[in-house]
Design a protein around this ligand. Sequence first.
Ligand code: RIB
Length: 316
Amino acid sequence: MEGTILALGSVNADFQMRVEHPIGDAEMAMAHDMRRLGGGKAANVAFLARMLGHPAQVFGRVGDDDLAAQALAPLREVGVDVSGITAAAGIPTGVALCLVPPSGKKRIVLATNANDAWSDEAATGSWRRIAATPRPAVLVVNCEVPAAIVAGAVAAAQGSGIPVVLDPSFAGRVDGGLLARVDAITPNESEARTLLRGLGDEADGSPEDVARRLAARGPRIVCVKLGDGGCLLLHEDRPIRIPPIEVEVVDTTGAGDAFTGALAAALLEGEPPEQAARFAAAASSLAVTAYGSQPSYRPRAAIEAHLRAQGAESGR
Ligand code: RIB
C-alpha cells in the first residue's frame, strides 16, 4: 500500500498483568496472567500501521539491555522498519507496568528510561531521515520522549510537507508552540484538559468546548477520545460526535494508540476526517476486546467488517 507511517516516540517493554481490583492507593496488590510484550506508543502505532498494510518506521530509543529485544521483536515480526531505533549505552529500555482490573480499564506506570536519553546524533539522525522520507507519509508523535526531540521531528516533517498527528501523552510535557504546527491531535478528555491548563487556558466545559479551544491553537483536526470509546471530532468548526461501538471490554491498554495509528493511516489514504475518525474508533474499539496492546490489534478487513456491522445496526 502506498504511503509510509512514521512514528517517533516511546518504545517500551510492557509487563502486562491482571489485578483483582483497581490498585488505588494500596501499598501492594496481587497480580496474575503476567505477559512480557512489546509496547510504547510509537511502537504500537507502527505495529497497527503494518496491520493496515502500510510501510511503517519507528524513531525511538531503547537501552543496551535484554529488554530491548522484548520491545523490538514483535515490531520486526510484522515488518516495521526499526533501523531508526537506536540504543542508549548503560540505560535500561523503557518499562511499562500495565495493570488491568476486571473492568478492563488499565492503569500504567511508566519508567521512561532510554526514551528520555537521546544523543545529539540520534536526534539529528532521526530528524534527517524524517525530512528525507518520500511522500506520501504521515508522522505520528507522542510525548513520552523529550519535548525538544518531538519539536525537531515536527519541524523536519513540516519542512518536507509531511503532515503530523500528535498524541499529546504525557500532556504535561507538550510544548505550547507545538499545536500550531501539527495537523491533527488525539488527546483523551483528561489529556485535553491537562493540556489546556498547562497552556494557561480554560479547561472546563464540554468535550466540544475543549476541542474548540485546542483547535483555536492550530490543529485542523481535533479528536477528543471519550471514556465510552467514542470521540468528539472537530473539523472546520463542525463538531461531530462519533459514537462508541458496543464491545465487551477486556483491556483498554493500547486502544488510544490504535485510534491514533488508524486515524493517521486513514488520513494518509486520503479519507476525509469524519471517515478517518470513524475508522479509528472502530480500530480502537476492537483493540479493547483482547489482552495487551499489540496482540489486540486487528487487520484492516476485521476493522472494516466491524465498521460495516455497526453501520448496519445503526441504519447508516
Ligand atoms: O498506550 C499504551 C502504551 O503506553 C503501552 O504500550 C506503554 O508502553 C505506554 O507507552
